[in-house]
Ligand binder design. Structure first.
Ligand SMILES: Cc1cc2nc3c(=O)[nH]c(=O)nc-3n(C[C@H](O)[C@H](O)[C@H](O)COP(=O)(O)OP(=O)(O)OC[C@H]3O[C@@H](n4cnc5c(N)ncnc54)[C@H](O)[C@@H]3O)c2cc1C
Ligand code: SF4
Length: 335
């Protein structure tokens, strides 16, 4: 493991300055914030992440969950996954988020993992995590052994010839369906980015995963109130019942009036290189009757652009069934 400098701060401005300084101090030097450390420290031990400076942000005042005037939520970046999942307002008004969080990792990990860290967790592609292999995401231009190799768990949507890695998060799928906004503080001030614009598709630069700039700190995630009468569901399918990443998942927020779908927001996990907004499925469902036939048509549309690899063709049908089940659950009279 590479030697690194370690600092702590309780001031947001100091954290940002520290991080930006490390980026500019010497060529190639870079910094990382550490929150729960459940992803970053593993990757440092594997020499996949090799920051020169680690800035502990756990003392920043970013651990509050607050309701907003419109009935939405402001979630501090340091709110732990378990606190967010079990918060009474989240359980009653954003249950899809609570369900997604509780489907992730283990209780111990959720007690440490933070909202900001979860947004930025890295892929579980085995080649990315093993420095004896080439990997375009870890070392740009070195190649992608996954395309011809172990790709059973990797992506079928949003892939490129350079990278087919899956975004592994459950929380991000729910946040995508909820149209979350990410608040960022950086050297140039504060800005807000809709989650739909936060992640970058791999294209020819898979090492650039989001729109953050050196020194940028995520401070909050903001949710609007869900439309009146919304029902929701998060369904995760995986190789074992707990402590496992998604092979396919679906987060659904839907409004139904007299049997017709009057609004729907849907996102998919386990199949995309980024948390995947199922826009094509939403188009099929808008104004349609809430029937299993229409759910299946929506699922077909969602996966139409899927490009399976040698070992993960099964994900196409798995994801379709996941969508249909999530929609059935969300629209059932007991939901
Ligand atoms: C065994 C195991 C199983 C898991 N299973 C699942 C699963 O099933 N589903 C799932 O969704 N997740 C799973 N996870 C991942 C887990 O959810 C993440 O590790 C966790 O959410 C990361 O949060 P953290 O606070 O520990 O991040 P850290 O490790 O502290 O940080 C992660 C990254 O985010 C950056 N960062 C952190 N906070 C900020 C901020 N405020 N602003 C800017 N940058 C920041 C860090 O610099 C780092 O690059 C699993 C993890 C493990 C180890
Ligand atoms: S899929 Fe992406 S992360 Fe995995 S080896 Fe290829 S480039 Fe690396």
């Amino acid at each position: 493991m590479k030697l690194f400098a370690f600092t702590k701060t309780a001031e947001i401005s100091e954290a940002i300055k520290n991080a930006a300084d490390a980026e500019t101090a010497q060529q190639g030097a870079h910094s990382r914030f550490v929150a729960g450390g459940t992803t970053l420290l593993d990757l440092m031990k594997l020499n996949v992440e090799t920051p020169d400076k680690l800035i502990d942000i756990n003392r920043l005042d970013l651990s509050k969950i607050e309701t907003t005037r419109d009935g939405g939520l402001s979630i501090g970046a340091l709110v732990r996954n378990s606190d967010l999942a079990n918060h009474p307002y989240v359980k009653s008004h954003f249950s899809v988020l609570s369900e997604a969080l509780l489907a992730g990792a283990s209780a111990q990990l959720r007690n440490m993992a933070t909202t900001g860290g979860n947004l930025l967790q890295r892929t579980r592609c085995v080649y990315f995590r093993d420095t004896t292999f080439a990997c375009n995401k870890r070392e740009p231009g070195s190649g992608c052994p996954a395309i011809e190799g172990e790709n059973r768990t990797l992506a079928i949507l949003g892939t490129s010839d350079s990278c087919i890695a899956t975004n592994p998060s459950d929380m991000n799928v729910a946040l995508m369906a909820l149209d979350a906004t990410i608040k960022i503080s950086g050297m140039k001030g504060e800005r807000e980015v809709p989650i739909a614009e936060f992640y970058r598709l791999p294209g020819s630069t898979p090492h650039i995963e989001n729109v953050l700039q050196p020194g940028d700190l995520i401070t909050h995630v903001v949710l609007k109130a869900m439309p009146a009468g919304s029902k929701s569901a998060y369904l995760k399918l995986r190789d074992r019942a707990s402590y496992e990443f998604a092979l396919a998942s679906a987060a659904v927020v839907v409004q139904v009036n007299s049997g017709k779908i009057t609004g729907v927001q849907m996102a998919l996990g386990g199949v995309g290189t980024i948390p995947w907004r199922a826009a094509e499925a939403e188009k099929v469902l808008a104004g349609a009757s809430a029937t299993e036939d229409n759910f299946r048509k929506a699922a077909e549309a969602a996966l139409q652009a899927a490009k399976p690899q040698t070992q993960n063709k099964f994900k196409v049908e798995l994801s379709k069934r996941c969508i249909v089940h999530a929609l059935k659950t969300a629209t059932s009279p007991t939901a």
